[in-house]
Design a protein around this ligand. Structure first.
Ligand code: C2E
Ligand code: CA
Ligand code: CA
Ligand code: CA
Length: 275
């Protein structure tokens, strides 16, 4: 109640005030960031274990905030899921990603690019239209672009979801399940949806070898449905060896490299070889 210590109430109010002000400030800065196009992509290589080559990258958004340097998604993606700005940011991420895929195509550079799609962005009715518009505008192999959806984006009417996903794959884009094994959906969607790739969440890789039975299960599952299996968060040679011995298709992680700005990524991919 209000009578239990005036100081405490004052402190509480002040704290709340600060939080609300900080949040409003962040919202405003994000709106400016959208208008000024302050977002950029970093690229984390995907290493194909069979060929030993970098066959593509995951594009990860960064906010190049004037006067503050690079801001990482942990600081703004969740907020933007709440205030709805994720739709705009996601659209810009897609424009940037497609532009890059087209540039590589024109240069004769053979690289795939996967892009993250937030659940809210995927649920948005304009999403399919935006993808279709991009597909119609530009002549480039859509199969080089993969959308990474988390299991949380796949909760809902399976029939409707399957239809939406099929619309996407019919346009030629590929679909990956991101952070596999950590979401709230049930497993039945795996055989109902047109999935081209499963990305094992890094929490399972980091717990190897004790999480081995789970990782092995996902590898088998991926093979059964004809999907590529990518292990995320590969940080050590032990992780890599464990996964190579079990024919995991691709790995991504700090052992290969952290996400890089475009020029660094291109140089890294071109010069990479396994020894
Ligand atoms: P994610 O999609 O699971 O992306 C992988 C994250 O793990 C990246 O963090 C990456 O830097 C980090 N990572 C890569 N290798 C390792 C490793 O070996 N060890 C560890 N500990 N971490 C590793 P980042 O770039 O900070 O992104 C964080 C999350 O933000 C992403 O997780 C994704 O959920 C979200 N995100 C990033 N870009 C976008 C975007 O364009 N749109 C949307 N909706 N979400 C995005
Ligand atoms: Ca991802
Ligand atoms: Ca992931
Ligand atoms: Ca993850």
């Amino acid at each position: 109640s209000k009578n239990t210590g005036r100081d405490c109430v004052t402190v509480f109010d002040a704290q709340m005030g600060i939080e609300i002000a900080a949040r409003e400030c962040l919202d405003r800065a994000l709106r400016t960031a959208i208008n000024q196009r302050e977002f950029t992509l970093h690229y984390q290589p995907r290493l194909d274990l069979k060929s030993g080559k970098i066959i593509g990258a995951e594009g990860l958004v960064r906010w190049d905030r004037p006067g503050r340097g690079l801001v990482y998604p942990a600081e703004f993606i969740e907020v933007c899921e709440e205030n709805g700005l994720i739709d705009e940011i996601g659209a810009q991420v897609f424009e940037m990603g497609c532009a890059q895929a087209i540039a590589w195509h024109k240069q004769g550079v053979d690289l795939e690019l996967s892009l993250n799609v937030s659940p809210r962005q995927f649920a948005d009715n304009g999403f399919i239209e935006a993808l279709a518009a991009l597909a119609a505008q530009h002549d480039f192999p859509k199969g080089k672009i993969e959308l990474e959806l988390t299991e949380n984006a796949l909760i809902g009417d399976p029939k409707k979801l399957a239809k939406k996903l099929r619309q996407i794959t019919t346009m030629g884009y590929k679909i990956a399940i991101d952070d596999f094994g950590t979401g709230y959906s049930n497993l039945s969607y795996i055989t109902q949806f047109p999935l081209t790739c499963i990305k094992i969440d890094r929490s399972f890789i980091q717990q190897l070898p004790s999480s081995g039975p789970i990782v092995q299960l996902i590898l088998t599952l991926g093979r059964q449905i004809g999907a590529t299996v990518v292990s995320e968060g590969v940080e050590t040679v032990d992780h890599l060896d464990w996964l190579s011995e079990r024919d995991c298709d691709e790995v991504q992680g700090f052992l290969i490299t952290k996400p890089l700005p475009l020029p660094e990524f291109e140089a890294f991919a071109a010069g990479f070889s396994v020894d």
